[in-house]
Design a protein around this ligand. Structure first.
Ligand code: PMP
Length: 396
């Protein structure tokens, strides 16, 4: 039965992790995987999460099946975060939201639903993008192309190229957009550029699919959510995949969501019914714990305030590490202007280093980033940043 099965390639990032684990270098630093670590290099367990778990444990509940679309209070919390409490699409009841297995799950539910709805559509992702975007939409049956996004020669956004590619896309093309904290480059569009993208998407009749994996990591919850508001204000129907993996540091709980903005409540009810079929035939219904924790935090004013404060602290620490990196590189004698690192946002930085330089960082210094030059700045801390700067200085 399995004799013809070929060995699939290893996941590049997870392969890097294995290499890191096996590296005996005592100074090694893992900047490969997209995970936030605190200044002690530890994965945080947020106070708001601990308080919510404590409260939940004080009143233990049996673990029956959840509804197919998840915990109602969770979905309500997601809607408020993504669209703003009291916003027009929520008041009019035209958003269908389902709990999903992380942001990946939200993307996958949306992709499967879109494939049934419009099987001939093409998908465009940014060049470059999070590796799983291409794989996930390809696996759902779509032909996946790219729109220009990053210009390696200028180390900045290629906005003209992006807009030209969107303008050239056929009506009905699904366009996957990073709502904030672009992975892997760290370069986001500004408000005026988003307005142009919204206008182009509208004029060309494209289908916007916003991937919101880092809400709160760029400027703040509401500020980052404003991008979604622009699509809504233009009267567009759109998809939004949410992830709480990073913002709640709940990676392994698989907490995310998919929201679909529809024209009216009747359409939202029909769309929801179809999303439920996708879920029912994939994994039936979501798990209870992570969703219950997030629902508790989002639904309780003081826990919610605590979360915003903890999320703000993560955001500030990343910004500080970006600054330290730039200063440290200058102090270590790197002649190039590295200020672009502080213009990037979110957990990642496209360092502009070549594949060969990244490989030397790994083999000679135990500093692990991807061959593309991506480094997770959220894994830098006050103890390892100088070492990383010295190592980079030696390879550039
Ligand atoms: N989209 C992007 C852009 C991401 O970076 C990630 C996580 N690396 C995800 C989606 C998936 O998030 P989750 O782990 O919640 O599935």
């Amino acid at each position: 039965l399995f004799s013809a099965v070929t060995m699939a390639p290893r996941d590049p990032i997870l392969g890097l992790n294995e290499q890191f684990a096996a590296d005996p270098n005592p100074h090694k630093v893992n900047l490969g995987v997209g995970v936030y670590f605190d200044d002690n290099g530890k994965l945080p367990l947020l106070q708001c999460v601990q308080s919510a778990e404590k409260a939940l444990m004080e009143q233990p509940t049996p673990r029956g099946y959840l509804p197919i679309d998840g915990i109602p209070a969770y979905n309500a919390g997601v809607k408020n975060l993504v669209f703003g409490a009291g916003s027009e699409p929520l008041q009019s009841g035209r958003v269908a939201t389902v709990q999903a297995l992380g942001g990946t799950g939200g993307l996958k539910i949306g992709a499967d639903f879109l494939k049934k709805l419009n099987p001939g559509a093409k998908v465009l992702i940014s060049d470059p993008s999070w590796e799983n975007h291409r794989a996930l939409f390809t696996q759902a049956g779509f032909e996946v192309g790219t729109y220009r996004y990053y210009d390696a020669t200028t180390r900045s956004l290629n906005f003209e190229g992006m807009l030209a590619d969107l303008k050239a896309a056929a009506p009905g093309t699904i366009v996957v957009l990073h709502a904030c904290c672009h992975n892997p480059t760290g370069y986001d569009l500004d408000a005026a550029q988003w307005s142009q993208v919204v206008a182009t998407v509208q004029a060309r009749g494209l289908v916007p699919f916003l991937d919101m994996a880092y809400q709160g990591f760029a400027q703040g919850i509401a500020e980052d959510g404003a991008v979604v508001g622009k699509f809504v204000a233009a009267g567009l129907q759109c998809f939004v995949a949410t992830s709480f993996s990073k913002s709640f540091s709940l990676y392994g709980e698989r907490v995310g969501a998919l929201s679909v903005v529809c024209a009216d409540p009747d359409e939202a009810a029909r769309v929801l019914s179809q999303l439920k079929i996708v879920i029912r035939t994939n994994y039936s219904n979501p798990p209870t714990h992570g969703g219950a924790v997030v629902a508790k935090v989002l639904g309780d004013a003081s826990l919610r305030a605590q979360w915003e404060q903890e999320l703000g602290a993560m955001r500030s620490r990343i910004k500080l590490m970006r600054q330290k990196l730039v200063e440290g590189l200058r102090a270590a004698g790197v002649p190039q202007d590295m200020d672009f690192i502080t213009r990037q946002v979110g957990m990642f930085s496209y360092s502009g280093l070549s594949t060969e330089q990244m490989q030397r960082l790994r083999s000679e210094f135990g500093v692990y980033g991807t061959d593309t030059g991506r480094m997770c700045v959220a894994a830098l801390n006050s103890k390892n940043v100088d070492y990383v700067c010295q190592a980079i200085a030696k390879v550039v």
